[in-house]
Design a protein around this ligand. Sequence first.
Ligand code: GLV
Ligand code: MN
Ligand code: MN
Ligand code: MN
Length: 394
Amino acid sequence: MTAFRALWDELATLGRDRGTGGYLRYAYSPAERACRDWFAAQAAARDLPVEADGNGNLFAWWGDPAAGDAVLTGSHFDSVPHGGAYDGPLGIVSAFLAVDALRARGHRPARPVAVAAFVEEEGARFGVPCLGSRLLTGAVDADAAGALRDADGVSFAQAHGGAPAGARPDLLARFGTAVELHVEQGRGLAEVGAAVGVGTAIWPHGRWRVTLTGEPNHAGTTAMADRRDPMLTAAFLVLAANKQARLRAARATVGRVQVRPNATNAIPERVTAWLDARAADTATLTALVEGLTAQVAERAVRDGTEVGWAAESVTAEVGFDPALAARLAALLDGAPLLPTAAGHDAGVLSAHLPTAMLFVRNHTGVSHSPAEHADDADCVAGVDALASVLAGLT
Ligand code: GLV
Ligand code: MN
Ligand code: MN
Ligand code: MN
């Protein structure tokens, strides 16, 4: 058994849903806490002191945490509902294994290395993705983040066990470089036949909550002409989003809806739909969302419904540090460079320090699904690549 498989199997059952085979690892859920405990145990087994930043993010230090110019590497444990095993945890497991590999080689790093586990990367519990890295960097206000509530009304502050610390410029200043390893969430590497690649950019993307309000009424006795049915406007939103995205070579998804009262024989009073939209550049994303807003408003007039839009999170276009990306590609004998349309904590960090990403091949490209998969051989290649990168940087 490889060192990768041995470590990977330790995480396999934590938060796994037996029915779907996917993971339910929401931030601060018992399953995600079990992953955090595992992180602490792994760090302890390696004599790496763990530092908590007061926002839910953990850092296991190899080398002097106070020395400065540290290399941060890691990812997140939390998942989307019924997500895959690799999205997040692969970056943390690979980071510990890369440290092991460097130690086995007798490498003595000239810069400290911090293995990081970020909290609430997916935003699956509190709605805002990369909440931990946004708090650390001050990209989100600590009070606002603490007040975010999950579906049961539990606030982030309650789940976290107190108000989050918010921006930690002192801690941020101790990092000189960040490299997040992540399973690829597309087929870019499979198409070029490479096990590992270097990330260049993240598409701008965002989440909008669209609230459509009509008039609740009887499904049998209300004449079709007399209805104010918000489900019609919601259906239009879904179809128009898909069309707009296709026309603009962008992406738009309505993956979550709530219907009130959610009864088969009642015209709904309200439909809340969450739009996830992404595009290769900001102008295209803006045009998509503005175009859709206008179209839905027009449709709502026909349906007799009311529309409210709220941006829950908008993430600007990220270009990773080109010199760092080129250096990583060179350290990896010319690994391919590729952008992604998925969000990452690395994207948030990149506004503050030179940041890059490593992607590990995913043959089907499937992610945010129980079917997400990377071959062990490619994961091992990812660990080797991260070790080479850390050796080169430190
Ligand atoms: C994060 O996984 C995202 O939705 O991009
Ligand atoms: Mn994800
Ligand atoms: Mn991820
Ligand atoms: Mn993500």
